[in-house]
Design a protein. Structure first.
Length: 469
């Protein structure tokens, strides 16, 4: 963020636009000089170079906090403050996550939850003293939120920030996840142990992760999504201090046992018990290596849809992970046009480290997550995917009765329906470019095959292809 500066790649070339296109700062960065002229309290933090370029010292906590305060006030009509030392959010970066959720909600990949109201309802896990996501989501899009947290200072200041904005106060409720008073959902032994063990922090870092949803989400409640900017680090030493910024952050905000991987794993585990309470589960992920691992965990947990994205935050990349247990819409599962028996697509611009083998493994994980049986041959770089008899039968009952299926062959009309199968093959065309081919092996359920293949294409492109393209 800052003074219209373009992000530079390591090789010195200009990177393409990095903000979400609906982010109000995508076209032009905040104008520090204009804001300084309007807000005298901000002026002392703005330096103007000989060339007339206005800048802010992002290593100065007071400067970044004042910038966030004036941006929220000027551009969003939000009154806001945090005490010294609390994590200070940058408004343009936090807005990207909100707009990505907006995209997820408006995609017709999965149907809306049955008892959803007109107002979109979100749950912000770890809202912090800054309460930034509820304030942005409510002011930008009119969403309502429950924001949870566990520390006294976060709960007190999140509430203050809500109360300072009477026009939004009716949309935001803050809950203490440590109190967790109101659920009759069964608690596992592990959850009980966690609850009993959250007492006193050691060196400011909590000893174990408090409940995420258990006892915080009420039995009758449903949400369109949850979101989370988790504590990324295992310790404050690991968090270090980024010399280029001073977003600060206390130990409770920045670190937890096991770092983000443990925290998000906890969300994934909880999401299984709360699969009917949320349409989308989402979290920010700080490390790419963790993203891959967490995608596998989400799939193992049985999610029916998994999406990822990359957010670029100044010089730092972060990732978004989203999953749902809601069955994809029929038109997302099967093509409405007659299915074909052969499909192919190219994967170009694979991120470094992603070759044919990784693509094969990701494709295998994709089909396994859909509970399809996979036989992978890593010599010929192919996977044979088979639907169970029950899955085949269910797809046929859904209307996928296609040329070659039993309906067209009177001799088979009363025969047992056996599992449809197809083969996915990965070919290296040239370094960095792969061709993925799919062929239906027994000519039944071509609509299902067509739809699964297009979902595979979207998943592999999202997970493995560089966003810089
Ligand atoms: C990195 S901060 C995020 C704050 C804010 N959402 C933001 O984006 O700036 C993580 C927050 O999670 C809170 N937290 C830790 N464990 C939690 C739990 N089990 N439930 C809810 N919040 C938790 C911490 O107290 C901290 O405020």
């Amino acid at each position: 963020m800052g003074g219209g500066r373009k992000r530079r790649r390591r090789d010195g070339s200009d990177a393409p636009p990095v903000m979400h296109p609906r982010n109000r700062y995508a076209a032009s960065a905040p104008d520090f000089a204009a804001l300084a002229a309007l807000y005298p309290s901000f002026a002392p933090f703005v330096a103007v170079s000989g060339g007339g370029r206005a800048s802010v010292d992002f290593t100065d906590f007071a400067a970044t906090r004042e910038l966030t305060r004036v941006l929220l006030l000027h551009d969003h009509g939000v009154n806001w403050w945090i005490p010294d030392g609390q994590l200070c959010p940058t408004v343009p970066n936090r807005s990207n996550y909100i707009h990505w959720i907006e995209d997820l909600l408006s995609s017709d990949l999965i149907p809306p939850i049955s008892n959803s109201s007109e107002t979109v309802r979100g749950f912000d896990i770890g809202t912090g003293a800054n309460c930034i996501y509820p304030l942005l989501g409510a002011s930008l899009l009119g969403w309502s939120f429950v924001g949870s947290d566990v520390t006294d200072v976060a709960l007190e200041w999140a509430k203050r920030n809500v109360e300072s904005n009477p026009h939004l106060a009716g949309l935001i409720e803050i809950r203490n996840a440590n109190e967790a008073p109101c659920s009759s959902k069964p608690e596992t032994v592990a959850e009980e142990a966690v609850r009993e063990n959250i007492s006193e922090p050691v060196d400011g870092v909590v000893r174990s992760i408090a409940p995420i949803f258990v006892g915080v989400v009420k039995d009758s409640e449903s949400f369109d999504f949850c979101m989370c900017n988790p504590p990324f680090f295992e310790s404050m030493e690991e968090a270090g201090l980024n010399p280029k910024t001073s977003c600060a952050g206390t130990a409770e905000e920045m670190a937890c046992p096991g770092g983000e991987q443990a925290f998000i794993t906890h969300i994934i585990e909880d999401s299984v018990s709360f699969k009917n309470s949320f349409r989308w589960f989402t979290s920010m992920v700080g490390r790419k290596a963790n993203l891959k691992l967490l995608v596998s965990k989400v799939r193992e947990a049985g999610a029916s849809v998994v999406k990822t994205t990359e957010f670029v935050q100044g010089q730092t990349a972060r990732w978004g992970l989203a999953w749902s247990f809601i069955a994809p819409r029929k038109n997302a599962i099967r093509s409405s046009t007659p299915g074909k028996v052969h499909h192919s697509f190219m994967l170009q611009g694979l991120r470094r480290g992603n070759g044919a083998f990784q693509v094969l493994k990701s494709a295998e994980a994709f089909f396994c997550a859909s509970n399809l049986s996979c036989k992978t041959d890593s010599v010929s770089f192919s996977i044979d995917v088979t639907l169970s008899d029950e899955q085949t039968q269910a797809a046929r009952l859904d209307g996928d009765n296609l040329p070659g299926s039993v309906e067209d062959d009177p001799t088979k009309l009363h025969s047992t329906v056996t599992g449809a199968s197809f083969r996915i093959s990965v070919f290296e065309q040239m370094p960095g470019t792969l061709l993925i081919k799919g062929s239906l092996l027994n000519k039944s359920l071509s609509g299902t095959f067509t739809s699964l293949f297009s979902q595979l294409e979207e998943t592999l492109k999202t997970e493995l292809v560089s966003k810089d393209r």
